[in-house]
Ligand binder design. Structure first.
Ligand code: ADP
Length: 243
């Protein structure tokens, strides 16, 4: 489903920020890209989304390959950026959520309203987007992304800034999407809300994948790369729910 071969990336005029990345995951995998700030997680996610084009190497995702198919990759992914304001294009919740549909008919409207309900945004249907809270804006982006029926979800630090109920909701969304067979890539500098629900973890360090594998196989080594293992692992080496 996702295959990354010999990937390197430099920003224009800059130094190389990703080097020699190789990674494959099968459809339906929930992959966590973890690492300290600046380790290259967002850059790799942007390459997977088709927002950036690799300087060297290739990324294949859902039948498309970059360099070359960036536009198709952008259309077929559900992306959540760290800054929701960069993604919201509609003036109200209704307008933004309906942008994902080719036509604004009753079927589209019903689906959109159901999704708004699922994300607790139904009461804000007519609310101007600038009146939404930061968490609500991110929910709107996620709802709109899911409505486009993407072949994968690419989420940049989805837990950052969420309160406890928001964190639980985000986890439940990830678990439900995993059950539905959606491939997901989630970046996080913090393993606490995530370690027990991911299938594969790739630890990034200075633009490289330093470690990758099932969480229970690598959690003893993540500290070496500035990442703290989750407290359940430190306390009693358990991981739930699918340990
Ligand atoms: P992370 O998501 O792990 O914090 P990033 O992918 O954002 O890491 O950044 C990796 C490196 O790339 C950092 O050194 C950062 O300064 C640099 N970088 C990120 N975006 C840009 C950009 N648009 N132009 C130049 N350098 C960038």
């Amino acid at each position: 489903m996702i295959r990354i071969d010999q990937l390197s990336h430099s920003y224009p005029g800059g130094t190389t920020v990703l080097s020699d990345i190789n990674l494959s995951i099968t459809r339906g995998t929930l992959l966590a890209l973890v690492g300290t700030n600046g380790s290259g997680k967002s850059t790799l996610l942007s390459l997977l989304a088709g927002i950036l084009r690799p300087t060297r190497g290739t990324i294949s995702r859902g039948g498309f390959t970059s360099p070359g198919d960036e536009a198709a990759m952008r259309r077929s992914s559900g992306l959540l950026l760290q800054d929701a304001d960069l993604q919201i294009l509609g003036a109200t919740v209704e307008e933004d959520i309906l942008l994902g549909f080719a036509t604004d008919d009753n079927v589209a409207r019903t689906k959109a309203l159901d999704m708004a309900q699922r994300f607790g945004l139904a009461d804000q249907w007519h609310t101007p987007v600038q009146h939404l809270s930061w968490g609500q804006k991110r929910k709107l982006c996620l709802a709109a992304a899911l409505l486009r029926q993407p072949d994968c979800l690419l989420l940049d630090e989805p837990f950052s800034g969420l309160d406890y109920p928001g964190m639980i909701e985000m986890r439940e969304m990830l678990i439900a999407s995993r059950s539905a067979g959606l491939t997901q890539v989630v970046t996080s500098h913090d393993l606490e809300p995530l370690a027990d629900i991911v299938d594969v973890m790739a630890v990034m360090h200075a633009g490289r994948i330093a470690l990758s594998g099932a969480p229970r196989d690598i959690l003893d080594h993540v500290r070496e790369f500035g990442v703290r293992p989750p407290s359940s692992w430190t306390a009693n080496r358990t991981l739930q729910p699918w340990d």
